[in-house]
Design a protein around this ligand. Structure first.
Ligand SMILES: [Zn+2]
Length: 797
């Protein structure tokens, strides 16, 4: 095994060295060959321009230096106004490296474009590895440059002297968006092409632990069973890295668990050797397999355990209330705790088959940083996804209803109105609970993978410099609308996603066993509101019930000094009803906070996520602070992608392309790009609420409480948007878009009325109610740039 891994280490090492070697930030161009081939060292030192004793650099060298700096003025001077010295755009140095190589590896996109426009050959080979500029750019993950080169006819299927094609190199760069771009815009692409040792791009991605690239490659049809020349499958390589997510993905894609390397080792044996067995077992388990033998896990209720969970929760809650009724409170507390634990055990271990995490002590240091970032184990993930909490709510509702039916309806005579109101609220609550669960929350759907439409979407975003995690979801392969969010619980993007967890300081709390988004938020709010109202009425009925029915305490009965007498009589008279009412009232704490926060957010047109963004960054969404440099780069990309001649590049502003953000900021930006930022900071909701309350934040969606509430209720038709397809904010803001739309509607209807000679009101109403017309009006007013829904520093407001 050590041999195998060292062989790959060597390859990898070579590749890393080449990057370091050809990276301009280390030594300037002349250092390149000196570090590379010793045989050429003499000639390169000759070419290098030591300060004094040699003639000034040749024009070719001057052009190459300008390419490294992105110095467009020099390019114009050398190529557009040639003096006596002659140089062309594709003049190579003695290693075959051209200015285009340097522009490509440094991501100087305008410079590269200027060279290509002046006849630079896109597929020219040069350097140590006999590579094209496309390969240099791909190795660095410079997506926009790769796209530009391909647009100018570069061939992405070529291989360098190491037999790496653009896809291999993109995987090496760990740039998932570049991998996604190549896989979705180029067809046919040799996904399974092998380097000299037989490694496919998938094997490389597994070795590097790039879970997203692994998934992209698998979705593009990469062969999960392909072995390299040492007999290692991608699963073996994933085990080498010890990244559970990669292991899970290849296992789910049908990896052969018992495939043996040429040395006769299975992936499991290799994992044991490399001490990555915990990751291997976790990967198997997350894929729904038995971590020990890799067989499909045999769960008693299969993949649909929800009914069983509900029954268990219902019975367990009944038992807990009954325990409380039968025993003294101090004894019952212990027993109730035991019963709750038993319920949890039955649901998680028996029904859902969650096993205790094994070997946790050994798991650190092995690809943990790359794994999904869940602070809880995979077991709790399975529990939260199962609808368990939803079953607890449903069971509680059922017992409350039982108590109401068995006690209050039959025995309480003077409270028929309250009782009826409770029944109505209960029905409303149950119905909206059901609807919130069953409705689609507003899943974002896009074109099918590999289709021409998807290719168009991807290319358009690349040309706008917006093919990144803020604007595109790699998991769903869809363009992200504003205010949408990828839900990790259900693995889909949801429009106007409302994340409820932060306010409750829980990691993920699927009370309704569904995401809450644009489409079911109304139902969710009604559910919470009717829950709060229902509990209050239930408490009122319970009080009346005990007040009227419970006999007074016997004079000699014991009642602790600080406890109201009514509680003593209640627990004596009907402890079961008392326990149910107590449990119901306990729910008032979180539901009350939730209802208040939700109403406030609806009135302010903010989602929970946006509130927490305000708390963290001082703006609602869109662009994180650390991308400032990058959005400038985006502008450069957009300029470069416009047809020749129309762009007027400003050398001063474009000479310095993306500045690397500081380490911390870069990391945060990376998380943001990958959509993982939600794992890093929590509990900022409160400061977000504080900022938003003070009005520190410009919210383009906020048009006053009345409009906000109407828009919430009509799912966006007040603003005239479909949240599933809202990518930009209209140029003049929503208020102007609304007035423009109204004007155009009224003029249309006036014209229609004049033409038809009928009263216009009916026609106007009809046009106004159709969301399509509103959308057309909005689209007409749209401009490229977002307004408002981007960084608004608190200090400037
Ligand atoms: Zn998504």
């Amino acid at each position: 095994m050590t041999e195998l891994s060292s062989s790959l280490q060597q390859t990898k090492g070579l590749c890393v060295e080449t990057i370091a070697m050809s990276h301009p930030s280390s030594p300037p161009p002349t250092g390149l060959a000196a570090k590379g081939a010793p045989s050429r060292a003499a000639s390169t030192t000759a070419a290098a321009p030591p300060p004094d004793d040699l003639p000034e650099p040749s024009t070719t060298q001057e052009l190459h230096l300008a390419a490294q700096r992105g110095d467009l003025e020099t390019l114009y001077r050398l190529l557009d106004h040639p003096t006596d010295r002659t140089v062309t755009a594709s003049d190579p140095d003695d290693q075959g490296i051209t200015a285009l190589h340097w522009a490509a590896i440094n991501s100087h996109i305008l410079f590269a474009k200027a060279l290509l426009e002046r006849g630079a050959e896109p597929d020219v080979r040069g350097g140590e590895l006999d590579a094209t500029p496309l390969m240099w750019a791909a190795r660095q993950g410079h997506l926009a440059v790769v796209h530009l080169l391909i647009k100018y006819g570069a061939d992405p299927t070529l291989v360098d002297s190491q037999q790496f094609n653009a896809l291999h190199l993109a995987v090496h760069s760990s740039s998932a968006f570049l991998v996604a771009y190549l896989l979705n815009t180029l067809q046919p692409l040799a996904v399974d092409s092998q380097d000299p040792e037989g490694h496919t791009a998938l094997a490389w991605a597994c070795y590097q632990g790039d879970a997203i690239s692994v998934e992209l490659l698998l979705r593009a049809g990469a062969d999960v069973l392909k072995t390299d020349h040492a007999g290692l499958t991608p699963l073996h390589w994933a085990v080498t890295k010890g990244n559970a997510t990669c292991i899970r993905r290849v296992v789910q894609a049908g990896a052969d668990l018992v495939a043996r390397t040429n040395e006769g080792k299975t992936a499991r044996e290799m994992a044991a050797e490399l001490k990555s067995l915990p990751a291997y077992e976790r990967g198997l388990q997350e894929a729904g397999l038995d971590p020990r033998d890799g067989r499909k896990e045999d769960l008693p209720f299969g993949d649909r355990p929800s009914a069983a969970i509900f029954v268990v929760a219902f019975v367990a809650f009944g038992a807990m209330f009954e325990t409380f009724a039968l025993l003294a409170w101090y004894t019952s507390l212990i027993l109730v705790g035991a019963e709750a634990f038993a319920m949890h055990h039955v649901v998680s271990r028996v029904i859902l088959g969650v096993r205790p995490a094994s070997g946790k002590k050994h798991s650190h240091g092995h690809g943990h940083s790359h794994s999904h970032g869940h602070s809880h184990g995979h077991g709790s993930e399975r529990v939260t996804k199962s609808g368990y909490l939803c079953a607890i709510i449903a069971a509680s509702l059922a017992w409350v209803f039982y108590v109401w039916l068995s006690r209050f309806v039959l025995q309480l005579s003077g409270y028929s109105v309250t009782s009826l109101a409770f029944a109505l609220l209960f029905l409303l609550c149950a119905y909206n609970f059901f609807r919130a669960i069953t409705l689609d929350p507003g899943t974002i759907r896009g074109p099918v993978g590999g289709s021409e439409e998807l290719k168009e979407v991807v290319e358009e975003l690349v040309e706008r410099g917006e093919f990144n995690g803020i604007n595109f979801c790699l998991t769903c392969m869809v363009r992200r609308p504003l205010r949408s969010k990828h839900s990790f619980a259900t693995d889909r993007c949801v429009a106007k996603f409302d994340q409820l967890s932060r306010l409750l300081f829980l990691f993920y709390c699927p009370w309704v066993w569904n995401d809450v988004g644009a489409n079911n938020h109304r139902q969710f709010l009604l559910f919470v509101a009717s829950l709060v109202g229902g509990v209050l009425l239930f408490a009122r009925l319970t009080w009346a019930y005990f007040y009227e029915k419970a006999p007074d305490l016997a004079p000699d009965a014991y009642c602790p000094a600080l406890v109201p007498a009514l509680i003593c009589t209640a627990t004596k008279y009907d402890p079961f009803a008392y326990a149910v009412a107590f449990w119901a009232c306990l729910q008032l704490t979180w539901t009350g906070i939730l209802l208040g926060a939700q109403l406030w957010q609806v009135a302010r047109q903010m989602t929970t996520l946006e509130v927490s963004n305000v708390g963290r960054y001082g703006y609602m969404g869109g662009k994180p602070a650390s991308v400032g440099a990058s959005s400038q780069f985006g502008a450069a990309v957009a300029a470069a992608m416009t047809p020749a001649g129309t762009a007027t590049p400003d050398p001063a502003s474009l000479a310095h392309a993306p500045k690397p953000a500081d380490k911390d900021g870069k990391f945060a930006y990376l998380l943001k790009l990958l959509g993982l930022d939600r794992f890093t900071s929590r509990g900022k909701a409160i400061s977000g609420l504080a900022h938003a309350t003070r009005g520190d934040v410009v919210n383009p969606f906020d048009l006053g409480i009345r409009t906000n509430c109407v828009d919430f209720w009509t799912r966006g038709s007040e603003l005239g948007v479909e949240y599933e397809r809202l990518y930009e904010i209209p140029a003049g803001g929503f208020r102007r878009a609304m007035t423009d739309r109204r004007k155009s509607v009224s003029s249309v209807s006036a014209a229609a009325a004049a033409a038809a000679g009928t009263p216009g009101s009916a026609a106007a109403a009809a046009v106004k109610d159709s969301p399509a017309s509103g959308l057309v009006g909005l689209l007409a007013g749209m401009k490229r740039k977002m307004r408002g829904y981007e960084r608004v520093p608190l200090s400037e407001v």
